[in-house]
Structure formats: structure tokens, C-alpha cells
Design a protein around this ligand. Structure first.
Ligand code: ATP
Ligand code: MG
Length: 406
């Protein structure tokens, strides 16, 4: 190594810290998920101490994080593991106050070579009480050393352009940036849910949100080939892959929906088609969910967004699901808020690709927006729903979707 420090990652846990007696279970799951998420980059030693996690490449790939680009990729992957507030690349070294000053100045040099910053401050933590200086003194000394080599900078304790953090433990650490984590709880601590995943903006966000509460995901996509193209299916697989960066592996069940949809098209009134179709979808999803050990359904519905999402339409769709809750994490969000989350998780660009989904092909010109019980009874008179559900469940093909490598 050309420099006198080693780059490692420091991650900070969030809500788990509040978990009382169950805390151990949550922490173990988080560590497992972290190991699994980082596997593709090489071997790491991952150590937890209080509410922090220290991640260090093993000897076999000791210099991994010295490459800035790779380091950023690994850091980003770390923040995608639910349960973390933030993570930083930190420089670890040993020595005394002189070394702390030297490393802090060097880090400042590196920061200023990339940013046009004018103000800074130093924050320090001393875990090792045998270290001869206390935190405030460390801050003053480091601040002075930085000002000496960069007289153009000034200290601003309230709104600095950048912060140099110094930590004194058995070893010494300096770092500056904190990348925000996705918070939430570790996937695997809240059972499994069945996501109704379409190719749109909403359902991948809904899946992400439930995964952020610790829920493992499976997904079902209703595919009406050739009314919906092969590329529409590829798009759904891509979206599942994006969500799996956060949620872990997703089993994607593709239900061949063409014949069912044609049957509905022929045998139920046009203005009720969306509703009858959604009721059959929900029944198929529920049956599959039970078979797979999922404890809820998850959809991307948001109240009032489209005709099928009025309260009456939601009520009448919801009533077919008898054995589990249907979670709609976007119910109170407006489209802009959902789009923002979609962008943040990296799904938006894929979601807006223009492949039609089955609902746009068979959509009625004037769907009933406030359906009543009597309407649905009429609409389903000529339908053999149990047979359609059976047909749907039997026509499922399953794919194992894993995150993209980077
Ligand atoms: P999205 O943006 O998720 O496609 P949307 O705004 O298009 O949602 P709808 O078409 O009414 O709204 O769908 C509402 C929800 O129903 C979706 O978020 C999804 O959970 C589910 N859904 C719709 N179409 C399908 C499909 N072909 N396969 C699986 N789930 C679907
Ligand atoms: Mg849609």
C-alpha cells in the first residue's frame, strides 16, 4: 500500500437499536444480509460493536477499498442493506496525535482536490480514554493543522462545507463523508409477502417499502402474451432485479393470464372489466401466497389515482381476499412522492419504458368508477371464477431473480 492508512467501512445502525429483547435477532439478520450483499465484491470481516458495524476486506483482497471507484460501489451496496442510517469510508491507522493531524490534513487535501470548499469543522470522539488528549483538544489541534496547510479555509461550526471526523479507539480513524442508508429493518425479520408486480412505477416502490420493514418478497406478474409483449415481461424481471438489490432474492411467478382475460372480456360487461379482472388477480395471488408461505399481498395502489383505485373499487376488489391482509404502502402518497422514491431506488428509468401492460390492452373506455355490490354480482354471473383461479394458479412459471451484480 502506498499510503499509511487502510480504508474500511463504518456503518451505523438505525431503528434496531430500539429493539430491546429482540435486538440480537435483528442484529444477526442484519449481519447475515450484509455478508450476503457484499459477497460479489470479495471476502470481508464484518464486526459489530454497539450500534456500529465495521467492514474490512480480508487479506485476500486487502486493497479492495483503496480503489476509489470500487470503494464507492461497495459503500453504496452497504447502504442498500435495510437497517442502516448511514455508512462512511474511513481511514484507519495507528500512532499518536501527530499521525492524526497528518492523516486529517491528507484527507482534507484529497477533499479539496475534488471540491471547492471554503469552510470546515472537526468533530472528534475518544473511545480510548488512555489517549492523552480529550475530544475538544483533539478538535483544536486537528483544526489548527488543517488551517496551517490550507490558510484559505475557515472554520464554521454551524454550517461547514465539510466535516473532518476523528475517532480514537484502539486504532485511529478519520473520515469525512456519510452516505445515507435506506433505514428500515433487516429483511428476514418480518416474514414473507406476495407482491403484485406490474411493469409500472408504483408496485416496485410498494415492494421496496414493505421490504424496508423487514419483509422478504415473492412477486406475481400477470402476463397476457401476446397482447403484452415478451419485452414487457423482461421489463418486469428487470424491475424485480432492481428491487432485489434491497430485498434479496425474489421468486417471480409469472401467471399466464391471456386466456383468463379473454374469457373475462367475452363474459363480463365492459364497464366492469377492470374490476372483475382485478378480483381474479387477487384471488390467484392469494392462493399462490398461501402455497408459498406468504402472509400478505402487497400492491402499488394509491387512493384515487385511477378509476380502479376509488375507495369503492378497492373495497370490492379487497373483499375477495379472505385469508390475509392486503398491504398498500402507497395508499396515502401522491404520484410525485412515489416517483421520488422510485428515482431514489433506481427503478424509475426502467419503470417508464413504454411497454404496455395487460390492463392497458383490455381497458374499457368508461370503467365504472364507483362499483356497487349488485354490479359485481351481475358482472360475475356468467363467470366460473373458481375455475379461472385454478387455471391461473396452474399456469404459473417461476423465475429466481437476483440483484444485478453492481
Ligand atoms: P403500477 O404503477 O404499479 O403499474 P398503476 O398505477 O398502473 O400501478 P393499476 O394498473 O391500477 O395501477 O394497478 C394497481 C396495482 O395492481 C399495481 O400497483 C400492482 O400491484 C397490481 N397490478 C396491476 N397490473 C398487474 C399485473 N399485470 N401483474 C401484477 N400486478 C399487477
Ligand atoms: Mg400499471
Amino acid at each position: 500500500m502506498s499510503h499509511s492508512y487502510r480504508t474500511i467501512i463504518l456503518a451505523r445502525m438505525g431503528e434496531i437499536a430500539l429493539k430491546g429483547l429482540n435486538r440480537g435477532k435483528f442484529e444477526r439478520q442484519l449481519m447475515d444480509n450484509m455478508r450476503w450483499r457484499l459477497k460479489e465484491f470479495g471476502a470481508f470481516t464484518i464486526v459489530q460493536s454497539q450500534s456500529r458495524i465495521w467492514i474490512e476486506p480480508k487479506e485476500s483482497n486487502a486493497d479492495l477499498l483503496e480503489d476509489q471507484e470500487v470503494a464507492q460501489q461497495v459503500l453504496k451496496a452497504v447502504t442498500q442493506v435495510f437497517g442502516l442510517v448511514s455508512a462512511s469510508l474511513v481511514r484507519r491507522f495507528s500512532g499518536d496525535m501527530e499521525d492524526i493531524k497528518k492523516q486529517s490534513v491528507q484527507l482534507t487535501d484529497d477533499i479539496l482536490s475534488e471540491h471547492d470548499y471554503k469552510t470546515f469543522k472537526v468533530e472528534s470522539k475518544r473511545g480510548n480514554k488512555r489517549f492523552p488528549l480529550a475530544s475538544p483538544e483533539i478538535c483544536v489541534d486537528v483544526g489548527e493543522a488543517i488551517l496551517l496547510s490550507h490558510p484559505e479555509l475557515t472554520v464554521d461550526v454551524h454550517e461547514p462545507d465539510f466535516i473532518i471526523y476523528v475517532e480514537v479507539r484502539e486504532d485511529l480513524y478519520v473520515y469525512s463523508e456519510k452516505l445515507e442508508g435506506h433505514r428500515g429493518l433487516p429483511v428476514g425479520t418480518a416474514g414473507k409477502g406476495m407482491l403484485l408486480l406490474s411493469g409500472g412505477i408504483d408496485s416496485p416502490v410498494a415492494g421496496y417499502m414493505m421490504a424496508s420493514r423487514g419483509m422478504q418478497l415473492e412477486a406475481i406478474y400477470f402476463h397476457s402474451y401476446p397482447y403484452t409483449s415478451e419485452r414487457a415481461l423482461e421489463k418486469v424481471k428487470d424491475l424485480a432485479k432492481i428491487v432485489s438489490q434491497y430485498s434479496g432474492t425474489i421468486l417471480l411467478h409469472v401467471c399466464n393470464f391471456t386466456d383468463i382475460q379473454l374469457n373475462l372480456y367475452k363474459n363480463s360487461p365492459q364497464d366492469m372489466l377492470t374490476i372483475t379482472m382485478r378480483r381474479v388477480m387477487f384471488e390467484i395471488a392469494e392462493e399462490l401466497a398461501n402455497k408459498q408461505g406468504c402472509k400478505c399481498l402487497i400492491t402499488g395502489e394509491s387512493l384515487g389515482q385511477v378509476a380502479s383505485q376509488t375507495i369503492e373499487a378497492i373495497q370490492i376488489t379487497n373483499e375477495v381476499v379472505k385469508t390475509m391482509p392486503v398491504f398498500r404502502p402507497l395508499i396515502g402518497l401522491d404520484k410525485e412522492e412515489t416517483c421520488n422514491i422510485s428515482r431514489r431506488i433506481g427503478a424509475f428509468e426502467t419503470s417508464i419504458l413504454p411497454y404496455e401492460d395487460c390492463c392497458t390492452v383490455f381497458v374499457a373506455k368508461h370503467p365504472k368508477t364507483h362499483p356497487q355490490k349488485k354490479h359485481i354480482i351481475e358482472a360475475e354471473e356468467k363467470l366460473d371464477i373458481p375455475a379461472l383461479v385454478k387455471q391461473g394458479v396452474e399456469g404459473i412459471e417461476t423465475y429466481k431473480i437476483e440483484r444485478t451484480s453492481k
